[in-house]
Design a protein. Structure first.
Length: 133
């Protein structure tokens, strides 16, 4: 029969965030285009995989990069937070200087990042990428 205790433990273990520290990540899939619930501003959610680590290889990390957009209320071009995308692209060796973003070129690329475990909105521990280098 099935050992549900072992299965539950495996699921629980897979949901635990990686500890704070430095990791190598790899882009394994195209990012998801999302819109900020409050403002409507578009951004990309990247699913990244830890690689080359003795304990945490294949663990997933998520990284959100806001995109520049024209605020419909003011008509202003909003570029705040764009450094999240430019720093990420540079770390992957695919610098972005504006214009069309070729996300397919990033597939398989790796970068080093620093992760900190912080509480999410519900108080649960979550691994957050603080910087790429």
């Amino acid at each position: 029969g099935l050992d549900f205790t072992a299965a539950e433990k495996a699921v629980e273990e897979s949901r635990k965030p990686v500890p704070s520290g430095d990791y190598t990540i790899q882009v394994g899939q195209e990012p998801d285009l999302r819109k900020n619930k409050e403002s409507g501003r578009p951004g990309l959610t990247w699913t990244l995989t830890v690689v080359g680590h003795p304990d945490y290889s294949n663990k997933k990390l998520f990284y959100y990069t806001p995109l520049p957009w024209k605020d419909p209320e003011t008509g202003d071009l909003v570029t705040s937070g764009i450094n999240f995308l430019t720093d990420f692209c540079k770390a992957l060796g695919t610098p972005w200087t504006g214009g069309k973003l070729q996300t397919a070129q990033m597939l398989g690329k790796t970068a080093k990042c620093r992760v900190a475990v912080e509480a999410d909105n519900n108080g649960n521990p979550q691994a957050r990428i603080k910087l790429f280098y």
